[in-house]
Design a protein. Structure first.
Length: 287
């Protein structure tokens, strides 16, 4: 049911874009997927991008979702230097049929620097994917450590970005939100109706994101995410509500939470399939 509802929403969105004169298909969009972190908060010996979920490394699961999205045309993976040398992403490309993965580049010392390296790869004439990447008009920036991202959510954020130039996946806060003072006491409360938890993808027109990234570089500005860089130069970012299941593997307990959420999503998908099949069977018997 949930999957069918999403398909219906995508159809409605396509009709609205057509009525407003927007293109039926997005502009050429390249996903820049960042997997260069050191997993300091996660701990353990395995980097979070290689923690397996249902037997698949998190980075491979994320790459596969973007590869399956109808609104993603090419993928650049920004990874740890040692992972470029090991060739593990070339193995992922072959094993998981990641035909849109056209370039793998080493990241920087911060996430913001790593994303910028991915953006620079898009413009590089020496990139192995240069003939494809030169067509890029929009960029979808994403965390490799979000293995439950779905192609449907990616599509929805890309559609919104094509209309507003900037859009992000997010989910509404459900807990009470407090602001603390410097001594660790509650200073004030925030109306949670206005609070959203940003996730990825975060999708922007390429000229807009370049302007934001290079402005931040010139000013020494560090954003908490790519949305903040775009906000910093005064451009609004459209929020697209996506599921709470799109968690980022950050802390030691997160893989267990993701495993449980994956089981829930599979159950919901199976229920939706059975309901759809039952409806078809019922329709056939009444003819």
């Amino acid at each position: 049911m949930e999957k069918n509802s999403r398909k219906l929403l995508r159809g409605i969105a396509a009709a609205m874009r057509e009525a407003s004169g927007s293109p039926k298909k997005n502009r050429f969009t390249t996903a820049v997927i960042v997997a260069a972190g050191r997993s300091e908060r996660m701990g353990g010996n395995i980097p979070k991008q290689f923690i397996t979920l249902d037997g698949i490394p998190a980075a491979a699961a994320s790459l596969r979702a973007y590869n399956e999205s109808a609104y993603i045309d090419a993928i650049v993976a920004v990874v740890r230097p040692e992972d470029v040398e090991s060739g593990i992403y070339a193995e992922f490309r072959e094993k998981f049929a990641l035909g849109k993965l056209v370039s793998v580049v080493p990241g920087g010392s911060t996430r913001q620097e790593s994303v910028l390296r991915g953006i620079e790869e898009i413009a590089s004439p020496s990139s192995p994917g240069a003939s494809v990447l030169k067509k890029t008009e929009y960029v979808a920036i994403a965390d490799a450590a979000r293995p439950l991202t779905t192609p449907e959510d990616i599509d929805r954020v890309c559609i919104a970005a094509c209309r507003f130039e900037a859009a992000t996946a997010a989910c509404p806060a459900v807990d009470s939100v407090k602001v603390a003072d410097s001594h660790g006491f509650i200073d004030s409360s925030v109306d949670r109706k206005t609070v959203w938890l940003a996730a990825t993808p975060q999708v922007f027109s390429l000229p807009l994101y370049r302007a934001a990234a290079y402005s931040a570089l010139d000013e020494g500005f560090e954003g908490s995410d790519d949305n903040e860089l775009v906000e910093h130069i005064g451009h609004a970012v459209k929020i697209v509500e996506c599921g709470r299941y799109n968690i980022k593997l950050t802390r030691p307990e997160d893989p267990y939470v993701a495993e449980a959420l994956s089981g829930y999503l599979k159950k919901k998908s199976a229920e939706g399939f059975e309901q759809s099949r039952a409806a078809r069977d019922n329709k056939d018997t009444t003819r």
